[in-house]
Each structure stands twice: as C-alpha cells, then as structure tokens.
Design a protein around this ligand. Structure first.
Ligand SMILES: CC(C)(COP(=O)(O)OP(=O)(O)OC[C@H]1O[C@@H](n2cnc3c(N)ncnc32)[C@H](O)[C@@H]1OP(=O)(O)O)[C@@H](O)C(=O)NCCC(=O)NCCS
Length: 187
C-alpha cells in the first residue's frame, strides 16, 4: 500500500504507512507508548521490555511479514502498528494502539487497511491468537472481519475468519494530502 491519510468517524486523522524492513525504532516507538496492561494484552503475557532479537523480528518486513504504522496528525511519534505474518494463503495478525489513542477507531481503521493489503496479496484466511480476556481485540476483529470462528486454546482464543469477509476500509482516503504531509513524517 501507499502512504495515505485516514480519518475515522470518532477519532483524529492519521497517516498510514508501511513499516520499512529493519525499522526497529518505529516498533520501539509504539511499544514505549503501551502501558503494562496493553503490553500484556499484545503479547499474551507480561512484556516489560523487548529484547533486541524480538525487536528485530517485529521489524522484519519481507515476503511473509508485513506491517502498517499509524501517525496521528500533529504527533511525530508512531501511534499504532498492525502486522501480519503470512503462512501460505493464511495470515496471523496482531495490532497495538498507544494507550492515549485507544477507543478512537484507530485500531479498527489500521487493521482494516492491513486486511485490505492481505486480500490484495491473495490471503484468504485471517487468524489471531488473543488472550481470552481481551475483549477489545475481539471487538476489533469482529468489527473488521464480521464473522469470527472463535476457539478456546487454554487461556487464549484462536480466532479465524475468511479474509473475504473483511470490511473494506470505509474511511475517507485523503490521498490529496499524501504528498504534502508524507515528507514531514519521521522516517
Ligand atoms: C485492541 C486494541 C488494538 C484496540 O484498538 P482501538 O484503537 O482502541 O480500537 P477501536 O477504537 O478501533 O475499537 C474497536 C472495538 O474495540 C472496542 N474496544 C476498544 N477498547 C476496548 C476496551 N478497553 N474494552 C472493551 N472494548 C474495547 C471498541 O468499543 C470497538 O468495538 P465496537 O466496534 O463494538 O464499537 C487496543 O486496545 C490495544 O492496543 N490493546 C493492546 C494490544 C492488544 O491487545 N492487541 C491485540 C492482541 S494482538
């Protein structure tokens, strides 16, 4: 996908761009903005810090790893990240929104963009492994994927859905602003 602006109905405008391979600084930038609870929810367990090997893995972009980053208008630091790891026609997704920007539609909008990329790349099934008490993640996936197959796997939920069921990003694409603003964003 190209860099572009989004404006969710209930939240601030934000710019979406693909993560560049090896961009550990951006991955760390989002991680730093997650509180203890959000880190635990994102990684399905305690995660006070990221080892460099984990950071490098999270910043990998290649034929099977893809990630999108969101920047809220007027804020130079990354606000959210959503990534997928492809396995054939299936892809596992994960996402995180900085605590201060949660519940404003950014997670849904960014994940919808990621799913659009997944569909465009021929992915037909989306999976996610989330903690069974992570109602925010389940609500987000229900919103963007509609029909979910949810199975308990110990303390976690294995969620599957058809990528074709995904809601198309229905947000306003402010492509006209793209070139104007993209150059002002941090690398
Ligand atoms: C999960 C997460 C990404 C949601 O992002 P967000 O930007 O707050 O989500 P949105 O504002 O787009 O809301 C999506 C849905 O989740 C619901 N939601 C958001 N936060 C919630 C919360 N704390 N409790 C319950 N529901 C919540 C919203 O009401 C909305 O539901 P709706 O479609 O029925 O109205 C965010 O809470 C987060 O970063 N959590 C920590 C990381 C994580 O849990 N990642 C998922 C595992 S990979």
């Amino acid at each position: 996908m190209h860099t572009r602006w989004q404006r969710p109905g209930r939240g601030p405008a934000f710019l979406v761009r693909p993560l560049r391979h090896g961009d550990v600084r951006t991955v760390m930038g989002v991680f730093k903005r997650l509180g203890e609870q959000s880190r635990r929810a994102r990684f399905n367990g305690p995660k006070p810090c990221l080892r460099f090997s984990e950071l490098r893995q999270l910043a990998t972009v290649d034929a099977t790893h893809h990630a999108l980053v969101a920047y809220v208008e007027g804020d130079p630091q990354p606000a959210a990240i959503a990534r997928l790891v492809r396995d054939g026609r299936s892809a596992e997704v994960a996402f995180a929104v900085a605590d201060e920007y949660q519940r404003r539609g950014i997670g849904s909008a960014l994940t919808a963009e990621l799913l659009a990329d997944a569909r465009a790349a021929g992915i037909t099934e989306i999976t996610a492994l989330v903690s069974s008490d992570n109602s925010a993640a389940v609500a987000l996936l229900r919103r963007v994927l509609r029909s979910l197959d949810i199975r308990h796997e110990g303390p976690e939920l294995m969620i599957r859905a058809r990528a074709s069921e995904a809601q198309r990003p229905a947000l306003r694409h402010l492509n006209a602003l793209m070139h104007l603003n993209a150059t002002e964003r941090p690398r």
